[in-house]
Design a protein around this ligand. Structure first.
Ligand SMILES: [Zn+2]
Length: 793
């Protein structure tokens, strides 16, 4: 399933808070294996659910459930079933009324005689009442005047499986059974359930009964019912195994939009069959429900928010996600909630795979990179810590690691295995574990068995441990080798939020010569320091590690080919703003934001404390006369993920910008920058006045205000500095255009103190002014382009 947000502008901070609130109050984690252990006593073969869903006023369901089972051990005299809150009238085996107790969660039924291995019996439980929704607001059984439907998972429920809100069952991920549903409705309403509609008949007047059969075995959380005055759009797709009927179900006014939003569903089928294997279910079904917070992958009858089927393709990755569950989750199911990454991480990755096959590799990489930035920046905040994907705490089963980091790591699995074997391995898992459950170790071992690629390191490093690896090139040395060149790369590994260096990591190095000829070669790295020698056809002037982002690591980046000047352009992944003021020929810029500590300062005579979180590196091939500036934000706001918490936890006064050309040189305060604090927030920015290639980081200076610190006003491409001042201020238009500006300075009584016209930049002498505040305005053709306050000390 997937949680989504539709309405309003909700900041990530608010999402983080709502996650924290809903998850922190949860009960302690149960032994998840224990939840499965009841399935060792009896095996449920079949549920026949016979329900009246007629009373929309009191929101009551009424009926019975026939549970057919066979003992897995001898001498079974009592069976336990989950049933939440509903009233149990009676329990029968054939015509025998059975003794039972029901404490609102557990229904205990005493059999008339013990049953043994080989026996099969059916008990019928008669029950009624108003079914529950989950405390989290996500999952359970929903009624309004028009619709009644279930969502088979409760985000806060324990166990999460939520069949028990509407029928007696074993709620866990491993117990699978076939289903029949006989649902009685009236007043034009019709029921849709898993499987195929085998009977649709009138009982009396407008009261009807519809019979649905689901012969493929599913866990209880995938069983469903949805009732409304539905209309069905019937389609037929050609799958690997032949014709597949498609049912797109919504109320009549919604069906046109539904069709339009699902035009690529057939493509999704092709994409997943090609990459994961054949669609093994007997129907493809989506049914619209008035639930705005997500969708639920009920097998062959996905509950889908009607607001997401709005006629556009804006939400089609949600369609792709839910449909992908018919491979990951529904067909191959996580053994316990602790391995929910197998359901949800793989379904989220399938969104990217859908995008790749629909819209191309660049669109795929865009999704992968943006998803991974979200992982690096926010997921540990929203999930209260860096978490391993496997053996996830119950409170975070449906947390952001499971979905987003799960997808990031699936991309890495592909890098470790290579494209073709990755999909060979996934198909083998689908084939071997169809209609079964799986855990992380079985997943790992099946990949090995099917491809002969040992995935032990990958699983240890990415699935069983938290955090991220990070690799960078410290230096290179080049030797001529005939007409080729032997390049030795010295590689450093750093770690973010984990303790063990990743081993046998597949990396790619891309080399450039001065004419931008490019040569890419794979290497494998382990340990903190490693080296590799590769032979390439030219002497490189630039080396980039993982230029194509085949592997997600603790780095986000933007690569730019620049041909024209630009102003203050956001590079979201590199986390900076770039202004190119002068360019004569094309420039190649690789801008990287590293989510690990920079190397320490070798000779720290000024006693700086360098960031423990992050640094930037700028590499590239720059033409002569290239001139650029960049803005780097320092930021300890919750909305951006406490990026500089280590440096800004007190205030912004002592933060400085340090620079080194490369790993061989040492960090020093960068000589050409200005610092701007914004308001009283722990936020502001450094403007690198003249961008040099190399590495940049923030540090604390022990001096409260460093010698180079200049506070400046920055507005509409104008900056004013230093401010406060005692003898002069500079005013500079960043783009240094040829426009003519009029500048006026007033005192606080409105008297004009100074006037001039300028182009590009100017310097105002303030030595003779009285101490105090002054207002400055800049206008162009009578239109104000800048206004601010100068403080003369
Ligand atoms: Zn999902």
């Amino acid at each position: 399933m997937k949680k989504i947000l539709f309405f309003g502008v909700i900041s990530l901070f608010e999402i983080a808070i709502s996650f924290a609130q809903t998850h922190e109050i949860k009960p302690i984690t149960p032994n998840q294996k224990a939840l499965n252990s009841r399935s060792d006593t009896i095996d449920i073969l079949h549920y026949q659910i016979n329900l009246e869903i007629l009373d929309f006023t009191n929101k009551i369901i009424n009926g019975n459930c026939v549970i057919t089972f066979t003992p897995k051990i001898n001498n079974v005299g009592v069976i336990d079933l989950d049933l939440l809150e509903l009233n149990v009238d009676s329990v029968f085996l054939s015509s025998n009324s059975l003794a039972f107790t029901h404490d609102d969660t557990l229904l205990k039924i005493t059999l008339p005689a013990v049953l043994n291995i080989g026996d099969t019996a059916s008990v019928t439980v008669y029950y009624n009442g108003s079914p529950q929704t989950d405390n989290s607001g996500w999952g359970g059984f929903y009624f309004d005047n028009t619709y009644a439907y279930n969502l088979g998972v409760g985000f806060d429920a324990n166990p999460h499986n939520y069949g028990r809100v509407w029928f007696p069952c074993f709620d866990n991920f491993v117990e699978r059974a076939s289903f029949e549903f006989n649902i009685i409705t009236s007043a034009g309403k019709k029921a849709h359930c898993n499987g195929l509609l085998v009977k649709d008949s009138i009982i009396t007047g407008d009261t009807i009964v519809r019979t649905w059969q689901m012969n493929d075995p599913i866990p209880t959380y995938l069983a469903c019912v949805a009732v409304s005055d539905y209309a069905t759009v019937h389609q037929n797709f050609n799958g690997f195994n032949g014709n597949i009927p498609v049912e797109l179900v919504g109320r009549a006014p919604d069906t046109t939009n539904l069709k339009n939003s699902f035009v690529n569903l057939n493509n999704a089928l092709d994409i997943y069959e090609n990459n994961y294997g054949p669609y093994l279910w007997n129907k493809i079904g989506f049914v619209l429900v008035p639930f705005n917070s997500g969708a639920m992958e009920h097998a062959t009858c996905i509950a889908y928010p009607r607001t997401a089927a709005n006629g556009t393709l804006n939400f089609e990755t949600l369609m792709a996600h839910e449909f992908a569950h018919h491979w990951w989750g529904d067909l191959v199911t996580c053994e316990t909630a602790g391995d929910m990454w197998i359901n949800e991480g793989m379904a989220t990755y399938s969104e990217h795979l859908f995008t790749e096959n629909m819209y191309g590799r660049a669109a795929y990489m865009n999704d992968v990179k943006n998803n991974h930035k979200e992982v690096l920046q926010f997921v540990h905040i929203e999930d209260n810590g860096f978490r391993a994907l496997s053996n996830m705490d119950h409170a975070y089963t449906y947390g952001r690691h499971t979905y987003l980091k799960g997808a990031s790591v699936a991309h890495n699995m592909r890098a470790y295995m290579g494209d073709s074997l990755f999909f060979v391995g996934l198909k083998a898992i689908q084939d071997s574990f169809q209609f079964k459950n799986i855990n992380a170790f079985e997943f790992r071992d099946k990949l090995f068995a099917s491809t002969n690629i040992d995935m032990t390191n990958f699983f240890n490093d990415w699935i069983l441990s938290p955090g991220f690896s990070h690799f960078s090139i410290d230096s290179t040395s080049v030797l001529i080798n005939g007409s080729n060149y032997d390049v030795t790369l010295f590689i450093q590994q750093k770690l973010r939020a984990t303790t063990n260096f990743h081993a046998n990591v597949p990396l790619e190095i891309t080399f450039y010569d001065a004419n931008w000829n490019k040569f890419t070669t794979p290497i494998v790295a382990s340990n903190q320091y490693s080296n590799a020698t590769v032979t390439i056809p030219f002497s490189p002037i630039l080396s980039i590690l993982n230029e194509a982002n085949t592997l997600n690591q603790a780095r986000t980046d933007n690569q730019l080919v620049i041909k024209n000047p630009s102003s203050n352009q956001l590079q979201n992944l590199a986390m900076l703003r770039l202004t190119v003021s002068s360019i004569t020929d094309s420039a190649l810029l690789q801008l990287e934001h590293h989510w690990v500590a920079p190397d320490s300062i070798k000779n720290n005579i000024n006693n700086y404390r360098i960031s423990s979180n992050r640094y930037w590196s700028f590499n590239g091939i720059l033409p002569p006369n290239f001139k650029a500036s960049a803005r780097l934000d320092f930021d300890n706001r919750s909305t951006t993920g406490f990026l500089d918490d280590d440096l800004l936890s007190v205030n912004t006064d002592s933060i400085i910008l340090v620079y080194r050309e490369n790993a061989a040189s040492d960090w020093e305060e960068y000589p050409y920058y200005t610092k701007t604090k914004i308001g009283s927030l722990l936020f502001g920015f450094m403007t690198i006045d003249s961008l040099l290639l190399g590495e940049y980081a923030f540090a604390n200076s022990p001096d409260a205000v460093s010698v180079n610190e200049q506070k400046e006003l920055f507005q509409n491409n104008f900056k004013l500095f230093p401010n406060p001042t005692d003898n002069h201020v500079f005013i500079e238009e960043i783009t240094l255009s040829t426009k003519n500006y009029a500048l006026d300075v007033y005192d606080l009584s409105g008297r004009i103190i100074h006037q001039e016209n300028f182009v590009g930049k100017t310097k105002i002498n303030t030595q003779t002014w009285r101490k105090g505040n002054y207002i400055i305005t800049i206008t162009e053709n009578s239109k104000m382009v800048f206004s601010g306050k100068i403080v003369v000390q």
